[in-house]
Design a protein around this ligand. Sequence first.
Ligand SMILES: C[S@@+](CC[C@H](N)C(=O)[O-])C[C@H]1O[C@@H](n2cnc3c(N)ncnc32)[C@H](O)[C@@H]1O
Length: 431
Amino acid sequence: MTPSARLSAAIDLLSAMEETPQRPADALANAFFRERRYIGGGDRRAISARVWRILRHWRRLQWWIERVDMHPTPRLLALAMMAVEPLGRENPDDLFTGERYAPLGLTGPERRLYDQLRDREMTHPDMPRAVALEVPDWLLPRLERTFGEGLEAELAAMEGEATLDLRVNLLKSDRPTARAALEAEGIAAQDTTLSPWGLRLAGRQPVTSCAAFRSGMVEIQDEGSQLVVAAVGARPGMRVLDYCAGAAGKTLGMAMTMENRGHIVACDVSEPRLEGAVRRLRRAGVHNAERHLLVSGDRWARRRSGSFDRVLVDAPCTGTGTWRRNPDARLRLREQDLLELTAKQADIMDRAAALVRPGGRMVYATCSVLREENGDQITAFLARNPAFSLVTPDGVHDDLPPGLAQAGQVCLTPRQHHTDGFFAAIMQRDS
Ligand SMILES: C[S@@+](CC[C@H](N)C(=O)[O-])C[C@H]1O[C@@H](n2cnc3c(N)ncnc32)[C@H](O)[C@@H]1O
């Protein structure tokens, strides 16, 4: 594709996103490229890179465009992005040519917009704080409460690009062997500093097509997510429950720390998600896991009341910790979503707690940074459930680096830990 055809496709993809604003951008991009099989891998990456840059600067670009009384269409957002932060030496006259497969030539007002914005700082002192920080207005006070004075720096880190991390599957390999196998296939990786099983890749690399991945030696998993697995401390012979298992990302990690011994149950209310676990469990060589679909009125949970050594609640959440990967998610998030999610989280935690045996532990985790979904939930849960308490630092498991858990809670952020934002609270059932 020519550079201008790539730009045209990026504008089309942005238009598709604008038409269905509640649909996640990555799902839309997948569908967009599936319908256009003629777009090759290199072109796809270039088109996505442009779109994701625009998504990361969305509110500020809109502000600039509206300031000159224009409507922020996908075409203008692409033009404004080019003016403020060009990719290399791109010149709009070389791209907006009107030729075949290229966007139409610039109109007079568009050219004036470009000239006004050219080489400006993206952030302007007159911008409202929520616009400058690229967050919804309603969310700003909650983020201020969470981060206090560190807010700007934390959000700046959440605007960056996410790393690509792998978890080495100790059921099949060890870290030096897996690293060497990847390197033999041209994929450079470094040991992660916090997770004992992690490898961090240098940039985006085609991992899923390499033999180390296909043979189950490594699994794609953010370092933060690996640390949630570490917080559970599932050990050989235990009975472990992954209550919100989805496609078993953390089940796989816990089966690994259990050395395939004992029993682990992956539950979820979503059948398609649990279905997605089958292939992954097989590839990883996990033999001690079963899947269970939770349905209302199910006796399954009642019969297993008080029987698990470890219960992980990887709760549905706003995903504010994963904004590096899904910058569009912050634009889609509504206050109502947060209210519904916090109610659901409390309900799930209470149900899951009934399954923990006396002396056992429940780990509540989210990939959110918001206090409402994290510390506040724990405070309220402990008040409702006096049989539970946060584990003391010396009771935290060895797989976690020393000092990472503070008073039984782990709070990870992209700025401080170079992981996705994650929260985990480790609670013990005393009686
Ligand atoms: C954060 S995701 C889990 C991700 C997964 N643990 C992993 O590591 O890949 C949250 C999951 O909770 C599930 N869920 C939503 N409501 C639930 C409920 N009431 N009980 C159990 N699971 C629920 C969702 O279907 C979703 O798969």
